[in-house]
Write a protein that binds this ligand. Structure first.
Ligand SMILES: [Zn+2]
Length: 390
């Protein structure tokens, strides 16, 4: 079978050209990857989303045996809407500063573009231990796809030795991160003329009380935070991302929707802070709203839950990733990844290690340094050497 040979940069150029913003389908990219792998004689399996508009992909290069390495990446990217880009975000552009620009260059198409381009080398190396690809959808909107992907791999892939999540770490090794829980809370008040505040309930005013509550709890968490934590910030952190509501300046707002959430440290039950907030809404705030008008309501849905990635049990993945990356730095990050989901579902030591700097992620003019592509290729070469030994 004669598959197409492309280098890492060309593969990255092709993957960047797919606008896989999370609101779009990722199927064009997935089809491309599936065809490319098929050209090299590698069969891949898809795990579609419920509505069939998106899919995860997993595939194995080498023998179907245990002790392989999972290379994991997400196919979606964050929107470019309203961002001042100097180049077309969907066209990989190398500038004289040695940086490749494009949406998804660092977060995080480069990692698996490099791995895909190296598939012919993986095959030539006569692997004794397999290299598995795991590509997910909808990471950026709460790690939606990874759950189904990890579950399928747990039942169909012989137990791997380690999982590498290729999010941008400048090829340093990350062994822990916080978890994230995101909710949407809808406050329903009762409309009245703004001069007749005794006749209605403003959903916005009560939503504001909720934001104040979250600030108070944040102060409490900060005060109780451990002094020498490896996390910065050391405590769990809240964020209210958006507030949408109201009709006009002279109407008590009927509706107000608050998108909020928090990031919790590993080792703490992720639901705890959220459940406490929901209890406060029900026991403290709702009765006050309903005292003004019985039609008032508060409804909350959990939008996504990304488990924290705990440092325990990752030693073997850490040792391998350190050897392959040449990095002595083992640290933690505060942004979420799919690491916690894969580690928990497959029960396998996991690290985050990938090319590019998280500081460039989600930014206009997102880029990856050419030297980071080289560093990741070196990582893969050492990994292949390891995987071809007995
Ligand atoms: Zn990412």
């Amino acid at each position: 079978m004669a598959g197409e040979i492309v280098d890492s940069v060309e593969m990255l150029r092709r993957l960047i050209a797919f606008d896989t913003t999370s609101r779009n389908s990722n199927l064009a990219l997935i089809d491309y990857v599936q065809d490319y792998l098929k050209g090299h004689g590698v069969e891949s399996k898809l795990v579609p989303s419920d509505d069939g508009k998106k899919a995860n992909l997993f595939a194995t290069v080498g023998p179907m045996v245990k002790d392989g390495i999972v290379l994991s990446g997400h196919t979606d990217v964050v929107p470019v809407d309203g961002q001042p880009w100097d180049t077309d975000p969907w066209t990989l552009t190398l500038k004289s500063d040695g940086k490749y620009y494009g949406r998804g260059t660092c977060d995080m198409k480069a990692f698996y573009a490099i791995a895909l381009a190296m598939v012919p080398q993986f095959q030539k190396a006569r692997l004794k231990k397999p290299i598995h690809f795991a590509l997910s959808y909808d990471e950026e909107v709460g790690c939606i796809g990874a759950h189904g992907l990890a579950a399928r791999m747990a039942s169909e892939v012989p137990k791997p030795r380690a999982i590498i999540i290729g999010e941008p770490t400048m090829m340093t090794v990350v062994h822990a991160h916080k978890g994230a829980q995101i909710y949407i809370t809808k406050f329903t008040g009762f409309e009245a003329h703004s001069s007749m505040t005794h006749l209605g309930v403003s959903a916005i005013h009560f939503a504001g009380d909720f934001v104040h509550y979250l600030n108070r709890v944040q102060d409490e968490l900060d005060a109780a935070a451990p002094k020498n934590s490896e996390f910065m910030p050391a405590a769990a952190t809240f964020n209210v991302g958006t507030i949408v509501g109201g009709t006009a300046g002279n109407i008590l707002a009927r509706e107000c929707e608050v998108l909020w959430g928090y990031r919790e440290l590993p080792g703490k039950p992720i639901e705890e802070i959220g459940e406490r907030a929901l209890k406060w809404l029900k026991d403290e705030l709702l009765p006050k709203m309903q005292a003004k008008h019985p039609a008032a309501k508060i409804d909350t849905v959990l939008r996504s839950s990304t488990p924290a990635f705990s440092p325990e049990g990752n030693d073997e993945a850490k040792a391998l990733a350190r050897a392959w990356s040449g990095s002595n730095v083992v640290g933690s990050v505060v942004y979420g990844t799919e690491a916690g989901i894969f580690k928990k579902t497959l029960g396998v030591p996991t690290v985050v290690c990938g090319p590019g700097d998280i500081a460039q992620a989600h930014q206009p003019n997102e880029f990856i340094l050419a030297s980071q592509i080289g560093a990741c290729e070196d990582f893969m070469r050492r990994m292949v050497e390891w995987a071809s030994r007995d």
